[in-house]
Design a protein around this ligand. Structure first.
Ligand code: ATP
Ligand code: MG
Length: 434
């Protein structure tokens, strides 16, 4: 069996016999001739089926085979300018393995219909291309950290506490007690670094997001890292290097997919050529004030402001030193920073072309007093975080880490309008089926 892409690439000499298989992607027929176009995981290829060149029953089947029927075809490879990809197979055998019912997905279906039929829609050329990019992104993340001496470290998914705010926790029954699905690996990663120093993982992450946006899933994959002895600046530089590495790998492996998705690849090429800037939250506010966008110092950046900031850049940008008061409990104050109020040693990375946050990270507070105070500020009982506080008692070290949203990065790289298409079966505030 020869994959379709090899035929389309001209790797089979003109006139040679080939056997290939796949699913009917498009089809038309008239009189004694049918033109099913087949697709497999590698591409699409036209087949010309002429009555008389193969048994009549097989010809009839080729006319009857509706879109998505699975078939095995034998015939001669033939150059044909009119065929998609420039090659076709002139069939001498056409075996239908599974006849398809009329396919429920036709042109111009609503987004909702496509989500309802997600199990079928993932075969589309668009979704196939995105899933291939995803494959590259995930592989690149593993490669990036492993090549730099990070160990893979797996946290528990059932956890007793919040880390990123109690309001987005998914509660799970744990026999007669309650527990929560992981919002992040962080509290456990901070334990892991005392054994392995530099660690990373990529894991399902759960947040019961309250607002419906094009950038939030309820179940997503986060690629996180944590490292002992690392300060904020070093941590932002690792994040920049990782994102650049991912983009580079996708450009090496997935140009045909990006083209199919209509992505302007030159925008991504630009990201490889320039350093990614770092600015502070305070500088970001000044930048957008010049565009007439006012945000009171102390308030968190929203989509609107992030978008406005990123109009000034064509590479990802790291924004550091957000106000301490609006940050998660574990982000420490930077005593040296000059701003209108206390700021934290933390950062987000925003992507160009829309300003989506793709990475969030920080140094981690090593002061037990500060941690207790912030947990109480958030209405948490510090006693429930004893294991975490314990880590500050036995050879505490400065350390930092960040989380990269896998779907956010895929969405940006592929130029998707909605993060939901960056994962095969999205879970959102309004859908957990199919
Ligand atoms: P946002 O402000 O966009 O909700 P966050 O500040 O809650 O993000 P972090 O807690 O810093 O995000 O998580 C680290 C990264 O995980 C984010 O930079 C983002 O890329 C990704 N992420 C966070 N929440 C989601 C979500 N609901 N769906 C998909 N990715 C997410
Ligand atoms: Mg959030």
């Amino acid at each position: 069996m020869i994959p379709i892409s090899k035929v389309v690439a001209g790797e089979v000499p003109e006139g040679d016999e080939v056997e290939t298989r796949g699913w009917v992607w498009r089809t038309r027929s008239s009189g004694g001739i049918a033109f099913p176009i087949l697709r497999d995981s590698t591409g699409v290829l036209q087949v010309t089926v002429k009555k008389g060149n193969l048994p009549d029953a097989q010809f009839d089947d080729s006319v009857k085979a509706l879109v998505e029927s699975s078939v095995i075809v034998k015939g001669k490879a033939h150059k044909d300018k009119r065929a998609p990809g420039g090659w076709e197979i002139q069939a001498t055998e056409f075996k239908v393995v599974g006849f398809a019912q009329p396919f429920p997905i036709t042109k111009d279906q609503s987004e909702e219909w496509l989500r309802e039929n997600r199990h079928l829609w993932i075969r589309s050329r668009k979704m196939t291309a995105i899933m291939k990019v995803r494959h590259t992104v995930v592989g690149a993340i593993h490669q990036f950290f492993r090549e730099r001496g990070y160990y893979e470290f797996d946290p528990p998914i059932l956890q007793p506490n919040q880390c990123e705010g109690g309001s987005t926790l998914f509660e799970v029954k744990f026999y007669d007690q309650k527990t929560y699905l992981s919002q992040t690996w962080q509290l456990y990663a901070e334990a892991g670094i005392f054994a392995l120093e530099k660690i990373y993982d990529m894991a399902p992450t759960f947040r019961a997001e309250k607002s419906k946006t094009s950038r939030h899933l309820c179940e997503f994959w986060m690629a996180e890292m944590e490292a002992a002895w690392m300060d904020l600046h070093e941590c932002t530089e690792v994040a920049k290097e990782e994102v650049r590495f991912i983009v580079q790998k996708v450009l090496e492996s997935n140009r045909p997919e990006l083209e199919l998705l209509g992505r302007d690849v030159s925008r991504l090429d630009a990201c490889l050529k320039k350093p990614f800037p770092t600015i502070t939250y305070t500088e970001a506010l000044e930048l957008i004030r010049k565009d007439g966008i006012e945000l009171e110092w102390g308030r968190d950046l929203r989509t609107n402001e992030e978008e406005a900031i990123m109009k000034h850049f064509d590479t990802p940008v790291v924004v550091t030193h957000y106000p301490k008061a609006i940050m998660a409990f574990y982000k420490p104050v930077d005593p040296e920073a000059k701003a209108s109020g206390p700021v934290a040693k933390c950062f987000d990375m925003l992507a160009p072309e829309g300003g989506v946050e793709i990475v969030g990270g920080s140094e981690r507070d090593t002061s037990i007093e500060a941690l207790r105070e912030c947990l109480e500020r958030d209405g948490e009982n510090p006693e429930n975080y004893q294991f975490y506080i314990d880590l500050r008692l036995y050879g505490s070290v400065p350390h930092s880490g960040y989380g990269l949203g896998v779907e956010r990065v895929i969405g940006w790289i592929c130029g998707l309008d909605n993060i939901k298409d960056a994962i095969a079966f999205p879970r959102t505030g309004t859908r957990f089926t199919p």
